[in-house]
Design a protein around this ligand. Structure first.
Ligand SMILES: Cc1ncc(COP(=O)(O)O)c(C=O)c1O
Ligand SMILES: [Zn+2]
Length: 417
């Protein structure tokens, strides 16, 4: 992989070997002295850096905090999270025609999505910087995770959601865990603009994936996939396929791979190809990859049934695009129909996911059919959220219940007919 850019020498501003660096101008900052989300000098995205990138021997325990050696703290506000299953899906594997297919089901986290991995770290950092009012913009899952982890940490939470565009399960979670929910007349990108303004004015502590500490927690998805796959198969996967919205996971996985390569834990030829999938109605990352751009152009009008990835301005694009390119991956857009079909395919293997999650499998099918993914590849698809997050989409994708009379004879008659 090209261009590691990870300095091994901790600058004077570092705390316990941890600091922040701007990915654009390289300026370095103390990690917890002040609240900052982007570079003071150029407004570029910040990245957490460590004096000692970890190796496999540094990890012990289970879940996100198994990877404490790769994180800024030893422990966090925990429910606990991580240690999600890596499912085999033999029928789907055969149907798609790849040598090996595994599904990393992040819907099995405490609030039903991968966001919990970022929040356990993010809320711990909020404690370290001494704030008590947490906020996020969300397509739903971030709000559910923030509400739960905020509640766990005894902190106030505020979430901004695009009105009418968030799946029912997610709003219910945010509500019951005690978040104050603001339904914004606008899409997710508008919500994020507003919450960034509020954070800039010091009103709230921002826990969207613009916050570099969130991505540290999400990095552990990659660490877990590599360890689980290696323990079962004796090698690392050739490719990791994931749904892309704000491109936080893509950025986090790339950072995971860079750090492992920097420490010598992963050889250059062992680095999996990061492959992003977006819904056709919200695909600025795919557009940027297709055109060779360094950043995305904002899509003002976005639409997809996969509401979790209904995002037109992926803030982590400057971190994620180089990751897709450096790992020789790609990005692809899929239709809502293909997403629903993939949701059914996964459900047929007993793996229940929400629509956005199924995008990874839909994307793999499309790339396999196009010959971009080879038949001899070992692939991991990431499924990011649980089926119950979006019960309406699940009910629409599934079969309707059949009304029957309240007698055994009536039921037998119905089944026989
Ligand atoms: C279920 C689900 N999948 C995928 C995504 C997109 O993740 P990212 O912003 O890391 O690209 C989200 C984010 O909202 C999500 O909730
Ligand atoms: Zn900068």
């Amino acid at each position: 992989m090209a261009d590691l850019e990870l300095s091994a020498d901790a600058p004077a501003c570092a705390a316990d070997g941890v600091w922040l660096a701007c990915i654009e101008c390289g300026e370095q900052f103390a990690p917890f002295d002040d609240v900052r989300y982007t570079c003071d000098d150029c407004d570029g995205l910040l990245e957490v850096r460590y004096a000692d990138p970890p190796t496999w021997d540094d990890f012990e325990g289970r879940g996100v905090w198994r990877y404490a050696a790769a994180l800024p703290f030893d422990a966090g506000v925990s429910l606990p999270e991580g240690a999600t299953p890596l499912h085999d899906v033999p029928r789907l594997e055969a149907d798609l025609g790849v040598e090996r297919l595994r599904v990393k089901h992040e819907g099995m986290n405490p609030t039903g999505s991968f966001k919990d991995r970022g929040m356990t770290v993010g809320v711990r950092v909020a404690q370290a910087v001494g704030v008590d009012r947490l906020a996020c913009a969300s397509t739903g899952n971030t709000s559910a995770a923030l509400a739960a982890y905020g509640a766990r940490g005894g902190m106030e939470t505020l979430v901004l959601l695009p009105a009418g565009k968030v799946a029912a399960g997610k709003v219910a979670q945010a509500s019951l865990h005690g978040a104050r929910i603001l339904e914004v007349d606008g899409n997710f990108d508008t919500c994020l603009d507003i919450v960034q303004d509020l954070a800039g004015r010091g009103e709230v502590y921002l826990l969207n994936s613009l916050n570099p500490f969130r991505l540290e927690g999400q990095k552990t998805i990659g660490l877990e996939i590599l360890e689980q796959f290696r323990d079962e198969e004796g090698s690392y996967p050739d490719r990791i396929v994931l749904p892309v919205g704000n491109a936080g996971n893509t950025a986090a996985l790339y950072k995971c791979l860079r750090e492992l390569e920097a420490s010598g834990a992963l050889a250059a030829e062992e680095v999996p190809k990061l492959t992003g999938v977006q819904a056709a109605g919200a695909a600025p990352m795919v557009e940027a990859i297709d055109h060779g751009w360094d950043d995305t152009e904002r899509w003002d009008d976005v639409e997809t049934r996969a509401t979790a990835i209904r995002i037109g301005n992926p803030v982590n694009a400057p971190k994620a695009l180089p990751g897709i390119r450096a790992t020789s991956g790609t990005a692809v857009a899929v239709s809502d129909e293909a997403i629903t079909e993939a949701q059914r395919d996964l459900a047929g293997e007993g793996v229940g996911v929400e629509p956005a999650s199924a995008a990874s499998v839909a994307g793999l099918r499309k790339l396999r059919e196009a010959g971009v993914v080879d038949a001899d590849e070992q692939v991991v698809c990431l499924t990011t959220g649980h089926l119950l997050k979006d019960p309406d989409a699940a009910a629409e994708a599934g079969e309707d219940p059949e009304p029957v009379p309240g007698t055994t004879a009536g039921v037998l008659d119905h089944l026989g007919g």
